[in-house]
Design a protein around this ligand. Structure first.
Ligand SMILES: NC(=O)c1ccc[n+]([C@@H]2O[C@H](COP(=O)([O-])OP(=O)(O)OC[C@H]3O[C@@H](n4cnc5c(N)ncnc54)[C@H](OP(=O)(O)O)[C@@H]3O)[C@@H](O)[C@H]2O)c1
Length: 266
């Protein structure tokens, strides 16, 4: 694809590769002849994808299925990488989910799993893999945040807050890593066609109902291109860009009221 790769190890660890944006990203790495370690819970979907990528693109693909909301599973993947001497040049923290619910009526275990997946797994993988990238003076991290990072999200309070964490955390380490050869790209998609809305039980919310959404493929292409160009924070789509930046000029208490109207069920 003509990108300068600066001797980056041609191995990518891609979380959330079984569907949606992650699955589409897998094809883009494969097209660029970058070998993959695919992770998500659905092992069957990962194995089928791996087979297709090996056959159609001639790359090496490893499958590491697991529930990444459990730190021990994240640890197991890191051990697997070490034992198989797979040095990761590209880390894609894409796995994530939301939960549409009033917080005071929410299932606590689901909120905890969300925090563990959207925040802890992303932070831990970054912490454990950046060292090697830094010593090789080459690496790329792609974190999938959301436009949800820019505002409070009534009825998806924990999810929106996890994405605010992803955005701020990623911006901070991107700054720390300047000049090391390791870049951190943060992509903020708006509502996107994938299994996300159903998984979050959010299809009746004003935000998603009867809305024409961009495909996972278009978001993945955008994210891949920005990562390869070592960009920082990027918001997908002009409407999302305007919305996200407009939140800066709206008083916080008023913003929460607007967000409540957007998130309410139709
Ligand atoms: N779709 C949107 O509207 C939207 C908007 C902004 C940001 N995003 C973000 O984009 C990212 C990708 O989501 P998507 O839209 O592509 O949705 P998706 O189709 O539901 O994909 C989510 C991926 O995460 C994996 N995952 C979920 N829970 C997991 C767990 N406990 N352990 C390991 N993997 C897990 C899923 O695989 P398994 O089920 O096989 O585990 C799947 O591969 C997420 O971080 C999401 O927050 C989505």
């Amino acid at each position: 694809m003509g990108y300068v790769k600066n001797n980056i190890s041609p191995w990518a660890l891609l979380t959330g590769a079984s569907s949606g944006i992650g699955r589409e990203l897998a094809y883009l790495f494969a097209k660029d002849k970058i070998n993959l370690v695919l992770s998500a819970r659905n092992e069957k979907a990962l194995n089928e994808l791996a087979e297709e990528l090996r056959r159609d693109f001639g790359i090496e693909v490893h499958v590491q299925a697991g529930d990444l909301s459990k730190l021990v599973e994240v640890e197991r993947i890191l051990t697997y990488l070490r034992e198989n001497k797979l040095s990761i040049g590209y880390l894609v923290n894409n796995a994530g989910f939301g939960d549409y619910t009033r917080f005071d009526e929410s299932d606590w275990n689901r909120q905890l799993d969300m925090i563990q997946l959207n925040i802890t797994a992303l932070t831990y993988l970054s912490r454990m893999l950046i060292g090697d990238m830094k010593s090789r003076e080459s690496g790329m991290i792609l974190n999938i945040a959301s436009t949800a990072a820019y505002l409070p999200g009534p009825y998806m309070a924990v999810y929106f807050a996890t994405k605010a964490y992803v955005l701020h955390f990623s911006e901070a380490i991107q700054q720390e890593l300047l000049g090391t050869g390791v870049s951190v790209t943060t992509i903020c998609p708006g509502p996107t066609e994938s299994k996300f809305v159903d998984a979050a039980k959010a299809s009746d919310s004003n935000l998603f109902k009867n809305r024409k959404m961009p495909s996972s493929k278009s978001v993945a292409s955008y994210a891949f291109e920005k990562m390869m160009k070592r960009k920082g924070v990027k918001i997908h789509g002009w409407g999302n860009f305007i919305m996200a930046n407009a939140t800066r000029f709206i008083p916080r208490n008023f913003m929460a009221k607007i967000a409540e109207a957007i998130m309410r069920k139709r």
